[in-house]
Design a protein around this ligand. Structure first.
Ligand SMILES: *[C@@H]1O[C@H](CO)[C@@H](O)[C@H](O)[C@H]1NC(C)=O
Ligand SMILES: *[C@@H]1O[C@H](CO)[C@@H](O)[C@H](O)[C@H]1NC(C)=O
Length: 501
């Protein structure tokens, strides 16, 4: 693809007025719609997303004044020059969606480079490669529990939503890392189907809240009981916030008790929240319950959805392609031979080259965050070829364009794990492989995601695997069709269903 630079938004005075009228009309329609129908579930997400350029216009207009522009660059060689580490230059984010998603104050939505570093630093030991290695027993323990449930279903021809199962798994893992009273989503009879639906509903309503940040504030004013009456699922969102509040409050309360009795607070296995509150050395202002609750929700949400989605996709392709399945199983044979008595380490699994190729191809087709992640260099100009981008201008690149570039990945929409085998991989492929983004604001959970994917897939597709077959599930149930900030498959999909024979 030739290099292109677009000036996206350059609004004249006349179009501002036209737009303003249209906006007010939409605002009216949507408000009525929202009040009459469900506040969360039945938002016309896709339809609004389709009209989103107008809303982006509005938002940009409000934020930056009359002449607004955000640069979008499509040149794979530039990616790691834009998404750089803090040692190269500070990077601010440009959160057009931040205002609407209700997680203000979390590290993820922190605009300033310095404050972002301060807030993110305490998490890093938990999500570093070493930190994640120490979490392996937790992953194994949850896997044992899950396999126990599958054993009971063995031979019953039960249809199971594997996407629900995987959301439980990733949810329970991240909750064990963060919270003192973690969730046990896997134990639920229905594999916490409600929780999966609630998360999806939240994701699906993101484009709406992104475009109408005030909407979420209005929703918050509506009495809870009324919302619950309109749609019982809206209660799940409140429950979720309350759960996070309890987790934070519980640890905070302990501090005052312990301060009185001068005992040690932290045990040998310190959860992330406990570390944050007691040992991180963050200034008091950073430890407000409100901010910690928002941070907790971001960690739990991001740690659950992203990894589960990639796992869905990989499980589908392994189950749908008998040759992939056979090859994965035969390669895992040696390392998984004594499972579950003897568990493999992450490094052992990483030596299975075909298995790793399957995981990489799954990550490639999951896109990470699909849209551009705009970044701002606050004080230094960025040079892109012959253009000098002045400080303060948001510049974005899309991971999707990198991962689906047909010049680098032949037939990019096909799942072809072989492309990642030694001998086929090129340096350009490595360069373009950015599912976790890059630089100082890359995905915090990358190592954890790799560890979970390796252990879960190895256990599910070991030689003595549970006898899964796909049940009325096709590729279109899995391929990501909508960009709701987080990409999702088609809205009417019945999910990844398997029957345990
Ligand atoms: C946390 O999010 C809530 C909205 O749920 C917001 O009102 C509050 O200001 C945020 N807290 C901080 C410290 O930004
Ligand atoms: C499932 O049941 C079959 C017999 O119906 C048995 O051969 C197989 O070992 C069982 N698998 C597991 C994982 O328990």
């Amino acid at each position: 693809m030739p290099c292109q630079v677009w000036i996206l938004h350059h609004i004249g005075i006349a179009s501002v007025w036209v737009f303003f009228g249209v906006f007010m009309l939409h605002r009216l329609v949507v408000t009525v719609y929202r009040l009459v129908f469900s506040p969360l579930a039945r938002f016309p997400g896709p339809r609004l997303a389709g009209a989103s350029s107008l809303y982006e216009f509005y938002f940009n207009f409000c934020k930056n004044g009359k002449y607004v522009f955000e640069l979008s660059i499509c040149d794979p060689t530039f990616y790691d020059k834009l998404y750089v580490s803090g040692s190269v230059r500070p990077t601010e984010s440009y959160n057009r969606f931040a205002d609407g998603v209700d997680f203000d104050g979390s590290h993820f939505l922190t605009i300033s480079h310095g404050l972002h570093r301060v807030r993110r630093k305490p998490f890093e030991p938990y999500f570093s490669r070493l930190g994640v290695t120490q979490l392996e027993p937790t992953i194994h323990e949850l896997m044992d529990k899950l396999l126990g449930r599958f054993d009971i279903l063995n031979g019953t021809n039960t249809v199971v939503r594997l996407d629900h199962v995987l959301t439980c798994f990733t949810g329970d893992v991240i909750s064990r890392i963060c919270c003192d009273s973690p969730t046990d989503l896997i134990d639920d009879e229905q594999f916490s189907a409600d929780w999966h639906e609630a998360l999806n509903t939240i994701v699906r309503s993101m484009p709406l809240f992104e475009s109408f940040p005030w909407l979420i504030r209005v929703v918050r004013l509506v009495p809870k009981a009324f919302l619950t009456w309109l749609d019982p699922r809206s209660q799940l969102f409140n429950d979720w916030k309350e759960m996070a509040e309890q987790q934070v409050q519980q640890i905070k309360d302990e501090r005052s008790d312990a301060a009185k009795t001068r005992t040690h607070i932290t045990g040998p296995k310190v959860t992330l929240l406990r570390h944050l509150i007691h040992n991180s050395g963050l200034p008091e202002i950073e430890l407000s319950t409100s901010r910690l609750v928002n941070e907790t929700q971001v960690l739990l949400g991001a740690g659950t959805i992203g990894t589960a989605r990639v796992l869905d996709l990989i499980c589908y392709y392994i189950l749908a392609r008998s040759e992939v399945r056979a090859r994965v199983i035969s390669e895992l044979n040696t390392v998984m031979v004594e499972y579950p008595q003897r568990k493999p380490t992450l490094s052992q699994l990483e030596r299975c080259v075909y298995f790793q190729a399957v995981i990489k191809e799954g990550l490639r087709l999951s896109y990470g965050v699909m849209r551009r992640l705009p970044r701002v260099s606050p004080s230094v100009a960025i040079q892109f070829r012959r253009w000098t981008i002045p400080p303060g201008v948001p510049v974005g690149m899309s991971a999707y364009m990198q991962l689906m570039d047909p010049e680098i990945f032949f037939t990019p929409f096909e799942f072809i794990s072989e492309r990642w085998l030694p001998g086929h991989v090129t340096t350009q492929m490595h360069r373009n492989f950015v599912p976790f983004s890059k630089g100082s604001r890359n995905c915090l959970g990358m190592n954890l995601a790799y560890a979970e994917m390796n252990h879960v897939l190895a256990a599910l597709f070991r030689p003595e695997e549970p006898r899964f077959q796909l049940f009325e599930t096709e590729e279109s149930d899995i391929t990501l069709a909508h960009d709701f900030v987080v990409p999702l498959p088609r809205v009417d999909s019945k999910g990844l269903r398997v029957v345990i024979q």
